[in-house]
Design a binder for this molecule. Structure first.
Ligand SMILES: [Zn+2]
Length: 375
């Protein structure tokens, strides 16, 4: 090899290693990055990266997989930037295949050079929770803590006094989403916690422009018009001026193919609405039609909980309308005696129902969605 070629190669390697703050490590075939700079992600390509969001005791990294679909060269500037994240709660799994399948289906259009924009996908945002089969993030300090990561965004660095959970969120927020500048619209996929069933629904803070349309494009069964939850991914995006919703896809643990499919279809409508797909680059958003005939919008939840510990049998199903005072379930003690008759506190639509019969005192067994303003 001529010296000039060797120098070029060396320069190329050095340049490549600087791209997206590539650490030089390869894990299971994919590069490890410290920071996602979209300018360094190749155009017309779906790229896969790992980022270590924190290190477990002993120095083992919590590697988070990141997918980036980069469209045509100029589309980083002219197109929209969408974030799709799932499973920040480790037992909430229906969003994982939604992100995976959208990226799989995008392969041809992205490589054809006709994709207009950028999508950042994190199918498993909390592998620690997945490992522990658990909603929360486990840290081993003292004799162990569980942290709800969806309450600590945008996180805090260790230098600023953050815990491991805070710094984990900080890394996702700052090193993947670039303190919000890597996305201008976002969907965070969740499901119910383990033990309940429910429909497809969105939490949506209608006060920020763009959120209502985002929620309606999902054509969910329920839209909860909601002021948001401090520290959640959705509300952090909204606080930074980025339209975002939490899309709740039915029950935990069990992949519900019907609701997963509906969520995928939502993302295709959204890509169309954002003019990211070929043939729709100039389509005004209004041309994407939305069917809301089966969508119920509510402003309030009403909850039914059990006052004693026992075994609960619920007699209503999600999306059923109930009247105030209507019987909705029964609580039994271990002898089989009825110890509580459960009734609906308001008229509304059944939102979620507990299917785990073992109910401790104080446990919620039913959520109803209703409109406080219309009664
Ligand atoms: Zn969740």
């Amino acid at each position: 090899m001529k010296l000039s070629a060797a120098l070029l190669l060396a320069t190329g390697v050095a340049f490549a290693s600087a791209q997206t703050n590539f650490t030089g490590d390869i894990l299971k075939g994919y590069p490890v990055i410290e920071y996602l700079d979209l300018n360094d992600v190749p155009a017309n390509t779906i790229s896969r990266y790992w980022i270590s969001a924190a290190e477990a005791q002993g120095g083992l990294p919590y590697f988070v997989p990141i997918l980036v679909a980069r469209g045509s060269e100029g589309s980083l500037e002219t197109g929209r930037r969408l974030s799709l994240s799932a499973s920040i709660h480790g037992d909430e799994l229906n969003g994982i295949p939604v992100v995976q399948r959208v990226f799989a289906a995008l392969g041809d259009v992205v490589s054809s050079g006709n994709f207009n924009g950028t999508i950042i996908g994190i199918p498993t945002t909390n592998p620690n929770g997945n490992i522990h089969n658990q909603r929360n993030f486990y840290s081993s300090s003292s004799n162990g803590f569980l942290t709800n990561l969806n309450r600590v965004f945008p996180g805090a660095s260790i230098a600023d006094g953050g815990s491991i959970a805070d710094s984990y969120a900080y890394t996702i927020w700052n090193s993947v989403w670039a303190n919000s500048s890597n996305a201008d619209i976002a969907v965070d996929f969740h499901t119910l916690s383990t033990g309940s069933i429910g429909p497809l629904w969105a939490y949506a803070d209608f006060r920020l422009d763009g959120v209502q349309r985002l929620a309606e494009l999902a054509q969910p069964d329920h839209i909860k018009i909601d002021p948001g939850e401090p520290g959640s991914i959705e509300t952090t995006w909204v606080d930074f001026g980025v339209p975002a919703i939490t899309l709740e896809i039915g029950p935990a643990k069990n992949w519900n193919q019907t609701l997963i499919k509906r969520s995928e279809e939502f993302i295709w409508r959204l890509l169309d609405d954002l003019a990211m797909l070929p043939g729709n680059y100039t389509a005004p958003p209004e041309t994407v039609s939305i069917g809301l005939e089966n969508t119920y919008k509510g402003t309030n939840f009403s909850y039914v909980s059990v006052s004693q510990s026992g075994w609960v049998q619920m007699d209503v199903v999600p999306l059923q309308d109930v009247e105030e005072g209507q019987s909705v379930g029964t609580l039994f003690n271990s002898w089989g005696d009825v110890i509580e008759n459960l009734t609906a506190p308001v008229a509304g639509r059944v939102h979620t129902v507990r299917v785990d019969a073992a109910a401790e005192q104080g446990a919620g067994v039913l959520d109803l969605l209703y409109n406080a303003t219309s009664t």
